[in-house]
Design a protein around this ligand. Structure first.
Ligand SMILES: NC(=O)c1ccc[n+]([C@@H]2O[C@H](COP(=O)([O-])OP(=O)(O)OC[C@H]3O[C@@H](n4cnc5c(N)ncnc54)[C@H](OP(=O)(O)O)[C@@H]3O)[C@@H](O)[C@H]2O)c1
Length: 330
């Protein structure tokens, strides 16, 4: 099967690219080539996908069984993808987000039929608009879209709500014995999924004709509290966690850019019913418990100091939120 991943060297997609190559896919990656990721066996196409003519030139003469678009965030991105790939692929997989599901949730158990409504987070609203645009293209003329909604997925990133997404900042604070922030009282329920588990579900949908026109989430069945998530990260580092619980709305008032992600997502308990992906991909089940997966993540960071990037702005912001909370309630 010939596949194109738009992106393909990111936090989730790198693991999935490796798995696709191991499974014998003829894999093309279209990205800007900015990341130091080695994926032997993949064909690299270099272009900024936002520049449609550059992307078209890079794709010249190529047709695909499936295109996975890892980096569509606005309806314009979908329009460009439809223009680029109509008639050139048998399946187009749009990577959406589980943050599209109704917030606050009217029912804790999320299925693919849960309404899409998120008045708090622009990112989720844009993903909903992308889903609508791509589904419209399917309805209008059969553009072969499959929508896939990851929930929080980790591999070379820490699955956290506050603490410098995509960096080592939170782990660095834990190692230095500094306090970390857990939103609310840490007892709300959350699901984190290892990229290898997500990838096995996703690969099962590629080239799967029955999946065209459908939407899926793919998550672990392991349900944790946020306290357990942060505690397990600290355990993997072999340090004590100094947790300070702060209400989400207080955090959002001090750091407004965290408002959408907290109040439109991580504040609410969510549990996913994965029956649909298990029906379409027989045998699929997430098998990597967080305790094991996060050890792999920490081993990846430990192997190379250059991976342990600290976001000094996010670090200072955590101090700022903690100081503001202590001043108000200390
Ligand atoms: N991780 C999660 O917990 C989570 C949860 C829900 C949804 N998602 C969704 O999953 C997707 C993230 O996937 P990921 O892990 O691959 O993302 P990522 O870590 O953001 O990686 C981005 C990828 O896209 C490439 N790229 C970025 N800008 C580009 C451009 N203008 N033109 C061409 N290539 C470009 C990057 O390579 P270069 O920089 O070299 O171009 C890289 O390969 C997003 O759609 C996100 O909304 C993630």
């Amino acid at each position: 099967m010939r596949a194109l991943f738009i992106g393909g060297t990111g936090f989730i997609s790198t693991a999935v690219s490796r798995m696709a190559i191991a499974e014998g896919f003829e894999l093309y990656l279209l990205n800007r080539g900015l990341r130091p990721v080695q994926l032997p066996g993949a064909h690299s196409l270099t272009a900024d996908v936002h520049r449609e003519e550059d992307a078209r030139a890079a794709l010249q003469g190529l047709e695909f069984d499936v295109v996975v678009d890892w980096i569509a965030f606005t309806p314009d991105d979908i329009d460009r993808a439809v223009a680029l790939f109509r008639g050139r692929t048998k399946q187009y997989v749009f990577i959406s987000s589980a943050s599209v599901y109704q917030k606050p949730p009217a029912h804790y158990l999320i299925t693919e039929s849960t309404p899409l409504h998120n008045p708090y987070w622009e990112y989720a609203q844009n993903k909903i608009a992308c889903e609508q645009r791509s589904s419209q293209a399917y309805r209008d003329d059969g553009f072969p879209v499959t929508i896939v909604r990851p929930s929080m997925t980790y591999d070379t990133n820490l699955p956290i709500a506050v603490g410098g997404w995509g960096t080592y900042t939170l782990a660095d604070r834990l190692e230095r014995g500094l306090p970390i922030i857990v939103h609310g009282d840490g007892s709300s329920l959350w699901v984190v999924t290892h990229a290898d588990d997500f990838g096995r579900g996703l690969l099962g949908l590629l080239g799967n004709e029955r999946a065209v026109g459908q939407a899926f989430h793919i998550t672990s069945d392991e349900v944790l509290t946020w306290n357990q998530i942060y505690q397990t990260i600290a355990d993997a580092l072999g340090v004590e966690a100094n947790i300070v619980h702060i209400p989400s709305d207080f955090i959002a008032s001090v750091a407004p850019h965290l408002s959408g992600s907290l109040l439109g997502d991580k504040t609410w308990s969510v549990v996913f019913d994965n029956s649909k992906i298990k029906t379409f991909v027989p045998g699929f089940e997430a098998t990597i418990p967080f305790r094991e997966g996060i050890r792999r993540t920490m081993a990846w960071f430990a192997a190379d100091a250059s991976r342990r990037c600290v976001d000094t702005r996010a670090d200072a912001e955590m101090d700022h939120i903690l100081e503001a909370y202590a001043a108000a309630f200390g």
